[in-house]
Design a binder for this molecule. Sequence first.
Ligand SMILES: [Zn+2]
Ligand SMILES: [Zn+2]
Length: 473
Amino acid sequence: MRTLIQGGTVVTAEGSYPADVLVDGETIASVGRDLGSALGGGSVPDKTIDASGKYVIPGAIDVHTHMELPFGGTFAKDTFETGTRAAAWGGTTTIIDFAVQSRGKSLREGLDAWHAKAEGNCAIDYGFHMIMSDVNDATLKEMDQLIEEGVTDFKLFTAYPGVFLSDDGAIFRAMLQTAENGGLILMHAENGVAIDIIANRNAESGLTDPYYHGVSRYPVFEGECVNRVIRFAEAAEVPVYIVHVSSHKAMEQIREARDRGLPAYGETCPQYLYLAYEDYADGSFEGAKYICSPPIRERANQEHLWTALAMDDLQAVSTDHCPFCMNEGYKGLPRQKQLGLESFAKIPNGVPGVENRLHLLYKGGVIDRGWSMNRFVQLVSTAPAKLMGLFPRKGTIAVGSDADFVVWDPDRPYTISAKTHYMRVDYNPYEGMTIPGSAAYVFSRGQMVFEGDAFVGKPGDGQYLKRSQYNLP
Ligand SMILES: [Zn+2]
Ligand SMILES: [Zn+2]
């Protein structure tokens, strides 16, 4: 099967130029001018797509999702089937989800459970990170084995005492292990012990509205942990990747480390760029929609993060997609966010976003702040591919790369709404926002997945991606 994408502007992280793209089977066979006539009369492609006036960009990569994550007595509502379909519609053709090691169990058990959830259900390709809840001799050895299987990084937490929190020794030991085996440590860096003291004090004083979730998690608690884990990585002589950087206090620690020449990296997420907790200071339960950890911050914080993305102080944008409904339950369990009607402490943490990441970055970055399309592609596709060991198979438009790409139409406006979105959740944090452009066609390994708003892919077409070692951007 050969498909010719004709007349578009190819955009990679390096540059933009008018070119056709010829897809043969699952990969890109040729990129160049006027490929249609070069093929000659006897050699017509099976399908031709007119991309004139449109961008042809590499399929985007969301390296932070939580499909069906068990949390706080319920489950994130998107399955691998519904979540990957929603991702694809928005222009994302690869996700990396987090398999979870439950405390006391092996990494293997956690990884096998996540493979079982995903296998045969994904519309696009997928990989896994491994969340480590226990760092001990056995799990340190297991890390080496997982890397062989393409799970090349490990998320540790300084938050959630008693559940996921790793102490300093555990974090440092895991980093020393990656110095040997070539893995990468991803850090959820907020001081969960200190946060719990403030959160409990607020709750005991009757300050239980959703608003107090955010204000209990001081930005300085994030900055402190980001600094600490970067120092450990410096001592272990390994790179470190900070997930979901939410506050400028945390971002500044990454910037400072990079200015000293350290391989410190950070991602942020659309919720930190667009949402602000001032908006639900009225005490309404609406604020439950926006509860995630780290929390959304004050509005003045947002511009610091936009600037950091422009200046490469932060290197990637992912979503931390983890949807819980406001008014619906799941699998016989009660209404999801309403588990926390009595107190913010019981609200499942997470916001939806896997479908809207490109929309929000395109509008906020390219349209509102004048970024190049190349910077946009770097942040949503190329840098994530490099950091997570997928480049150049993914993350670029090049001969031999997987034919994962999006024909992005700058003149195809879209208004975000829960009424029309593909995510399986009953609200959208960006409800009513109009985006000037959106994906006209989405391809995954040479196969069309979306044609406009029509899903033409299939659950199960997405394959597990065995990743290699990071290739630092
Ligand atoms: Zn996290
Ligand atoms: Zn997460």
